[in-house]
Structure formats: structure tokens, C-alpha cells
Design a protein around this ligand. Sequence first.
Ligand SMILES: [Mn+2]
Length: 336
Amino acid sequence: MKDENASMAGELLQLNTWLKKHVALGPVAVITGKNGDMDTIGSAIALASSDPNLMACGLHIGRTPQRYMERHQAPFRLLKETKTAWPKQLAAIVVVDAAAPDQTGLHLPNVPKCIIDHHATDGWEITSDDLHLKWDVRSTTEVVARYLHRHAPHSLSLPVREFLLAGLITDTGRFRHADAGSFSTAALLLEESGIDYQRFIQNMEDSPTSPSDRGAILRGLQRAETTEAGPWTILRTTAGTLEGRVATMLNGLGADAVVVTRSRHGSTRLTVRAPRSSVREGLHMGHIMGEVAQSIGGEGGGHDGAAGWSGDAHPIAAETAFIDAVARTARGQVEE
Ligand SMILES: [Mn+2]
């Protein structure tokens, strides 16, 4: 994505019409992905700020967004996985940054839905009452920022801009995976905002860890091993917590891919990463996780360089399914 084009402008107008229609009928829930990362929470809170009938809600809030929620006292309703109490008059739902219904972790109510997402994989069923905005952008907050800028500029307050910018920065790996569009969205959020960018990014870098968090990350790094998977070299390890951070650190070592396995109470999670060089040679983590889900069940998907899978398979079976899927992937230059 270079900059906003006519088709994006058209979709933003459709989004505005859809939202206006449904908030006039009753409350509309803006639902986050269950991982509760900065992109999904930031998108939901920012979008919900544009109308009093929009309510940000979801199953879980991650550590980084939690810090912003506390700083800005942002309204957000934490939901329960079972027996979710949806308002009776609920007119519609908006789901942000989730590639499939189960990625919300909720049993979604049967009302019109709008999906705003940027994942490479997609498991949504869209009916004529629904709206689907799936953009090839680096974070969902980019879509929301463009929408607010065009149709609800009054709601681009300092806190809302911070939520959007933080989502963009984390999903692009602090701009390492950015493109021209994400830089232009970042500029749009910073211009005349009063945000001191240098302070802002410093604050994001200084995410505090407890001694037990540091211990868990270090143990994850110490357990890392190298495995050959066909033409690819994989770094694999296990982690009890903070597997995303462990995966990102290992990804900096320059192997072709990284897999971090976490197993707890009979449920298993894989967190995978691949550097840009592997993606360019044909390794797409989101598609690989889709293949893992096909072969052993569970749910998997994501982006080309970062993806995940979760299910009830044994951790060794899950890791093996990932390594097998990588080994079957041919290595060569792909057109981008
Ligand atoms: Mn995202």
C-alpha cells in the first residue's frame, strides 16, 4: 500500500455508512482478537471513541495495551469466554484484527457484523448484512486511523492517536516491517498531535519485566536448538510465558524460521516467526500455520513473517507438524 487510493476511500465511506446505520439502532460492540495485542486493543478503543454507541470489548488485554489503558483510563469491557452477556438491544458487532471468528475466543451473537482486518489468512463467512474491510496494510490501526481521519476527525484526540500509533509500531516490529503506507499513517497520526515521538518510542522500548519474566525469557533462550527442515534451518524452543518475546529475540539470530512451543493444561500454542529473507524465498508463516491446522486440527494463521497456531494436540506433535510443513516448502525467489 502506498497511500490512500480511491478504492480505500470508497471502503471507508462504506464503513461510515454501515456504522452510522447500526449505531442509530442500538449499541454496537467493537470486539478485539483474543490475543489482546496492542493492534487489536488500540483499534477497538480508537474506533469506539468515534460514537457513544460503540463499546470496545474483548476477552483479554495484553501487557503493553494494559499500560496505555491505565494511562488514559480508556473504556473497555472485559468479556467472559462462556455465557457472554451481550446487551439485549445489541445492533451489530465490529471485529478488529481477528482473521477468523474463533480468534475472538467468543461465541459471537447473531447480528450484522463488520470485520476490519489485515491478516493474510481469512476464516470469515460474510453475508449481505455484513461488511468486510481487509486491507493489505501492516496493522489494523492503519485502517482505523484512515477512517477516523476521513470521517470522524474530532475523535483523533491525543490518547486515541497514541493507541493507534502504538498498535502500528508494535505490529510493524518498530517499523522494521513497515511499508510506505504505514509511514504515511504514522505521519498522519503525529502531525499536529502534540505527541513527542522520541519520548513515545522510548516509553514503548522501556516495557518493564519482572525478575520472573526475565527468568522465563532466559530459560526459553537457553533451551533453543537448531533443526534442519528440508532446505530450511529452524530454531526451536519452549516457553512457559512471553513466547512472543522469546520468538522475536531468536528471530534476530538469522535462522530461516523460529518456533516457540507453549503447552499448558492440555492446550498447546505455537508462536512462529520468519525473517524477511525467508519470506522472500517462499516461507509464509501464516500459510504454514494454516497447513498445521489442516493436518492436526486446532486454529492457525497470521502474517507472512509472524503467525500462530493453537489447539489440543500434544506439543511434540504440533512442533513436528510445523517442521514438516516447513520442510515441504520449496526454497526459491518468489514474486512480491
Ligand atoms: Mn494486527
